[in-house]
Design a protein around this ligand. Sequence first.
Ligand code: C5P
Length: 403
Amino acid sequence: MTYNGKRILLGVSGGIAAYKAAELARRLVAAGAKVKVVMTKAAQEFVTPMTFQALTGEKVAAAMFGPGSEPLEHVALGQATDAIVLAPATANLLGKMAAGIGDDLLTTILLAATKPILVCPAMNCEMWVHPAVQENVARLQARGLTVLPPAAGELACGATGYGRLPEPETILEALAKLVSHQDLAGRRVLVTAGPTHEDLDPVRFLTNRSSGKQGYALAKVAWRRGAQVCLVSGPTLLPAPHGVERVDIWSAREMLDAVLARFPESEALLMAAAVGDYHPTSRSEHKMKRGSQELTVHLTQNPDILKKVATLKKKQVVVGFAAETRDLEVAARQKLEDKGLDLIVANAVNRADSGFAVDTNEVTIIGRRNLVVRLPLLSKEEVAARVLDQVAALLPPREGGGG
Ligand code: C5P
């Protein structure tokens, strides 16, 4: 889990979205984080400290002075943590931060903080577009803070527009980057995922059982580790991962065009998609009618995307995936050679808990020079992390001297 043992300081300021911070705290704890909540005075008008204390198992810090306050909390709390998230951050809190004011516990902690800060503003849509608020946001970003812009929708005040606190899932993803090692910082990573659809007629197509989960996990984890990720996705039901550019395609031939267009500027390609090997030779313009007892469909082979990519390959690290039901490693090694790959991830798809549609996968990573990494059954995110470890080790040093 991304947050296993990570210390997160959750700062809650006084907007109506403060109630949503309770769910965020719960989700962080469920993801393995150790959460300490700091509330402003106004936040306590919306939710009580007891709610957060019950959810996090930690005493809530809420006052600089008076009973229950600790003398040096205003310095220690922003330093003895892995990251800080401010959700919701009101216009008032943004203003004080931008101006360097420390007139309560939370704002003083933020002045002394040495750890990465994620700011999640939430307010009325007119307040959000006010030039003063926008200037404050720009100042915070210029100082290196990460600002997750509010989402659009219906607001508590009845208005509709930008101002809503993003869903806990989105905040968790944005924050995951702040607590991840940035070993892929700035790297351009191209990932393919999902099945392809090969049309027979306007309503029918040939496809396969790929859900896209492994490819989406690769895109998500690469982004968290600092990469600029483009995800070329076949039709799936999955939401676009936070921070990732998603390009939707339908067929293998569309996937080929999308990959070839982006491959030259990429530094790594992870071809996790289950690309259809054939498409119907002709696509009927109208819905095919039920006719004779038997129907013969002629199929034409699709281009092998990885083989086409091999002819354009310069310094890129190219990773293929081999879903097999037998002779897993032998077949995978053969594909590594045939398709000119740097790595191949072999996975058995004849078990219920590995391969298509499920959240776990058991894979072996095979590379050149006898590299063989046999992994146990892991979540698809953990598999993604292990595959990206191998990719990171193969990437040439960055131009301009960076590591
Ligand atoms: O040969 P096979 O389809 O088993 O190889 C799987 C690998 O090749 C996967 O990485 C898949 O994305 C890729 N592939 C491809 N073009 C195809 C079929 C598969 O790039 N037409």
